[in-house]
Design a protein around this ligand. Structure first.
Ligand code: PEP
Length: 247
C-alpha cells in the first residue's frame, strides 16, 4: 500500500490516572500486524507523561494543542519545545472544538502548525465544514480556505490531514462513505494541483466524526480514506476493533 494507515485517538478533556491504568491493560494486548498501522493517542496534557509510561512503545502519543511561540508570557499555554522536551513528537491542531468553541482563527492554527513543523514535530491537522456550510454547498470552499493557512509549508511528510465534518463530531451522525470519499479525493486532487503529485500521493488523509467499530469497516474501503481520527471510541476497548479494521 502506498500510504501507511493512521489511526488517531483524541481523548479530549477526558481521562484520569485510574482510567489510564485500566485502558492501557486493554490497549497493550497483542494485536496481529500492528506494525502495518500508525496508532497515536492524544490524552490531556497533564496525562501525557503517565500515558507514555504505561502505553506500549509502538504506539505514538500526541498533544491536543500547542502554542505558536516557544516560551514567554502566555499563561496557560504549552510550547512545542516543552512537548519535545517531554519526547512528544505529535500534536493535533485545528480541531473543530479549538476552531469553534475557543475561536481559534485559521491564521493562528497555521502559525501553530508552522511552529510545530519547525520544531520537528508531526501535526494532525484537522479541517471540515459545519452543517450549514455543507447544506449551502460550501464544503470545498471551506476546506480550501482552511488549507490556505498552511501555505509556505515545505515538509508535508510531517502532516496527517484529518477531514472532520463538524456535524459528525461527537454527534453519532457519521459521514456516509461516499461523502467522506468525495471530500478526501477532492483534497488529494487539490494537493496534486497546488503542491505536487508526490505530496498528493503520500499525504495521509484520515476521516473523523463518530467513527465506530461498525462504520469504520465501510469507510476504510474508500481509496482515499487512509485511517481515522477517533474521539469517543478512543476511550473504549472498541478502539482496538477500529485499528484492526484498517489493517
Ligand atoms: C474528534 O474528537 O476528533 C472526533 C472525531 O470525535 P468523535 O469520534 O467522538 O466524533
Amino acid at each position: 500500500m502506498l500510504r501507511k494507515p493512521f489511526v488517531g485517538g483524541n481523548w479530549k478533556c477526558n481521562g484520569s490516572r485510574k482510567f489510564i491504568n485500566s485502558i492501557t491493560n486493554t490497549f497493550n494486548s497483542e494485536i496481529p500486524n500492528i506494525k502495518k498501522v500508525d496508532v497515536c493517542l492524544a490524552p490531556p496534557n497533564i496525562y501525557l507523561e503517565r500515558l507514555q509510561n504505561k502505553l506500549r512503545p509502538d504506539w505514538l502519543i500526541s498533544a491536543q494543542n500547542c502554542y505558536k511561540e516557544p516560551k514567554g508570557a502566555y499563561t496557560g499555554e504549552i510550547s512545542c519545545e516543552m512537548l519535545k522536551d517531554m519526547n512528544i513528537d505529535w500534536v493535533i491542531l485545528g480541531h473543530s472544538e479549538r476552531r469553534h468553541k475557543f475561536n481559534e482563527s485559521s491564521k493562528l492554527i497555521g502559525e501553530k502548525t508552522k511552529m510545530a513543523i519547525s520544531k520537528d514535530m508531526n501535526v494532525i491537522f484537522c479541517l471540515g465544514e459545519k452543517l450549514e456550510q455543507r447544506q449551502n454547498g460550501e464544503t470545498k470552499r471551506v476546506v480550501v480556505d482552511q488549507l490556505q493557512s498552511l501555505s509556505g509549508i515545505k515538509d508535508w511528510s510531517k502532516i496527517v490531514l484529518a477531514y472532520e465534518p463538524v456535524w459528525a463530531i461527537g454527534t453519532g451522525v457519521v459521514a456516509k462513505p461516499y461523502q467522506a470519499e468525495e471530500v478526501h479525493s477532492f483534497l488529494r486532487q487539490w494537493f496534486a494541483e497546488n503542491v505536487s503529485k508526490s505530496v498528493s500521493d503520500q499525504l495521509r488523509i484520515i476521516y473523523g466524526g463518530s467513527v465506530s467499530p461498525n462504520n469504520s469497516v465501510e469507510l476504510i474501503e474508500k481509496p482515499n480514506v487512509d485511517g481515522f481520527l477517533v474521539g469517543g471510541y478512543s476511550l473504549k476497548p472498541g478502539f482496538i476493533d477500529i485499528i484492526k479494521n484498517v489493517i
